[in-house]
Ligand binder design. Structure first.
Ligand code: B16
Ligand code: MG
Length: 217
């Protein structure tokens, strides 16, 4: 049976990917190259410093450790400025209803995000109150696709992995969930999230009842 649901943040609860893209693109532009939309896809679910390494390899640029930290800090300041525009209305369609339904069914709710800004963002969109545990980029030592982020969440909630469902929009996140031995719901396209147990477009067309059926309850 399903006893806990663990949610990724960016791309599942709220669309902050567009702000990450604007801020990373600025870093690339400052270094003299551009970052395309499809290149930005590679950064989903990947930590800040790893994302910077990927961007630098795209541009064929090498930087010292100090310079990397400086660029990453600049990116984060810009990103947080952009996030200031967000309001509770930016929560992705159907998410609140879905979480309310889970609560009504006494299914526990946790967050599993690579972001160090997860709490700030949840606060901005007034979603902090839903989460019984938050595992974010400040707690994990191994990023997605490592299963650590979701195993920690399950452990916090005292629920065995086989009773957990993960909602993820990133390939690395689905791999993390499957590595943890959990049921993985992909948010996005089947052609990209090939390792997910099921893939849905979003929460406006997917109810808790549908999840229970898909899980085999
Ligand atoms: P930060 P998620 C991830 O969030 C983003 O998808 C990824 O693009 C970002 O680089 C990463 O968080 C780190 O974010 O710079 O805020 O610490 O999808 O795991 O919720
Ligand atoms: Mg994500």
């Amino acid at each position: 049976s399903i006893q806990a649901c663990l949610f990724d943040l960016d791309g599942v609860i709220v669309d902050t990917a567009r702000f990450h893209y604007i801020a990373w693109r600025q870093v690339a532009n400052d270094l003299g190259f551009d970052l395309s939309h499809s290149q930005n896809e590679l950064l989903k679910g990947i930590s800040r410093m790893e994302s910077l390494d990927i961007i630098l390899s795209i541009g064929g640029v090498e930087l010292s450790e100090d310079e990397k930290v400086r660029r990453a800090t600049e990116k984060n300041t810009h990103y947080l400025e952009l996030c200031q525009q967000m309001t509770p209305d930016d929560t992705l369609p159907g998410v609140r209803v879905f979480l309310d339904d889970l609560k009504a069914k006494s299914i526990k709710i946790g967050l599993g995000s690579a972001s160090k800004n997860a709490r700030v963002i949840l606060e901005r969109i007034d979603m902090l109150k839903y989460f019984e545990t938050i595992v974010d980029g400040n707690r994990i030592t191994k990023g997605k696709p490592d299963p650590q982020v979701f195993l920690m969440g399950a452990d916090d909630l005292h629920i065995a992995p086989e009773h957990c469902v993960v909602f993820e929009d990133a390939v690395a996140g689905i791999q993390s969930a499957k590595g943890a031995g959990m049921f993985a719901v992909g948010i996005g396209h089947k052609s990209i999230l090939t390792e997910a147990d099921i893939v849905v477009a979003g929460f406006d067309e997917f109810r808790v009842e549908d999840l229970l059926v898909a899980f085999g309850e």
